[in-house]
Unconditional design. Structure first.
Length: 277
C-alpha cells in the first residue's frame, strides 16, 4: 500500500485512440486500423491500469503502476545513492522505453524525494506524471517557455533523471545498446553545479521491436514506427524483475574543463555500461 498519497479529485486519464486520431484530423479511419491500434496499445488494459491509479500523481503513481504490472527491481550498490542530499543528475541507459522511466521515478523519488525527468513533450499527456516531467521538443526548435522550464528544473533542489540517448536502445552489431548519448546533461551539470550519477538498467525489448526498427531504417522511413509498440512491450514485461546498477557519484567539482563535454559524455556512458577502465 502506498502511503503519503495525495488523493485529490484528479480526472482519470482515459485513452481513446479514435479521439486521438480525430484530434489529428483523421476523422474516418478504417475500422481495421482503429482496431489494430487499440490492440497494439492495449487500450482496454491501459485504461484499466490508469483507473486503478486514479488520484495518484508523481512518485506514488509510478510505484502503483509498477505494482499493478507486478514489475520488481533489484538495486545493486545502493550505497552510491547519496543519503546527505546534494543535487545530482542520474544519467542512465534506456533499454525499455517506458518501464525504465517508471522505475527511475519510483526508485530515486523514494530514496531522495523530489525528482524531475526530462522527457519528450509527447509524454505530457500522462497527466499523473506532469509534475515530474520536464518537456523538450525533439522535432522543433525549443520554445523559450520550454527552455525556461528546463533551466528552472536544473536550478532547483530536485534530483534530475535523464536518458542521454533520448530514444530507447537498439540492436547494434549484435548487442542491445543505446544510441549516441547527447552531451546536454554534462553541459547542464557544469552550468548548474550538479554532480552526476551513472546508472545502468538490465533488460531488453523483444526481437520483433529491434527487427522492426532495422526494417524501418532499411526502408528509409523516418517516422519511428517501432515506438508505437512500446506499450505492448511494457505489458509483455508483466511479472519481470530488473537489475539496476548505481555507479559511484561524480562530484560536481570533478567535472572540469580538462575534458570536453563530449569526452565527459563518453566517459560517463562507459561508466554506466561498466566498460570504463
Amino acid at each position: 500500500m502506498v502511503t503519503g498519497v495525495q488523493t485529490c479529485a484528479l480526472p482519470i486519464l482515459h485513452v481513446d485512440i479514435e479521439k486521438v486520431l480525430a484530434s489529428k484530423g483523421v476523422k474516418r479511419a478504417p475500422r481495421f486500423l482503429v482496431n489494430f491500434l487499440k490492440k497494439i496499445i492495449h487500450q482496454d488494459e491501459l485504461n484499466d491500469l490508469l483507473s486503478q491509479c486514479a488520484g495518484l500523481t508523481g512518485v506514488p503513481f509510478a510505484k502503483r503502476a509498477l505494482e499493478l504490472l507486478d514489475v520488481k527491481y533489484r538495486i545493486h550498490h545502493p550505497e552510491n545513492i547519496p543519503q546527505d542530499g546534494g543535487r545530482y543528475i542520474f544519467a542512465s541507459n534506456h533499454p525499455l522505453g517506458g518501464l525504465d522511466g517508471l522505475i527511475m521515478i519510483s526508485l530515486i523519488g523514494e530514496k531522495m524525494g523530489d525528482v524531475r525527468f526530462v522527457v519528450n513533450d509527447l509524454l505530457m499527456f500522462i497527466k499523473p506524471l506532469e509534475e515530474v516531467f520536464v518537456p523538450v521538443n525533439k522535432f522543433r526548435r525549443m520554445s523559450q517557455e520550454y527552455a525556461d522550464r528546463i533551466n528552472a528544473a536544473f536550478e532547483s533542489d530536485a534530483q534530475m533523471l535523464y536518458f542521454p540517448a533520448g530514444l530507447c536502445s537498439r540492436l547494434i552489431k549484435g548487442e542491445i545498446v543505446d544510441l549516441e548519448w547527447k552531451k546536454t546533461f554534462v553541459t547542464k551539470a557544469i552550468e548548474h553545479n550538479r554532480g552526476i550519477i551513472p546508472v545502468h538498467f538490465s533488460g531488453k525489448n523483444t526481437m520483433f521491436f529491434y527487427r522492426l526498427a532495422k526494417l524501418r531504417k532499411f526502408l528509409g522511413i523516418k517516422f519511428n514506427i517501432e515506438m508505437m509498440f512500446l506499450v505492448d512491450e511494457m505489458f509483455k514485461k508483466r511479472g519481470h524483475s530488473f537489475d539496476i546498477y548505481i555507479r559511484e557519484p561524480i562530484p560536481s567539482t570533478d567535472i572540469t574543463k580538462e575534458k570536453s563535454a563530449n569526452q565527459w559524455t563518453e566517459h560517463i556512458r562507459k561508466l554506466s555500461y561498466g566498460t570504463s577502465n
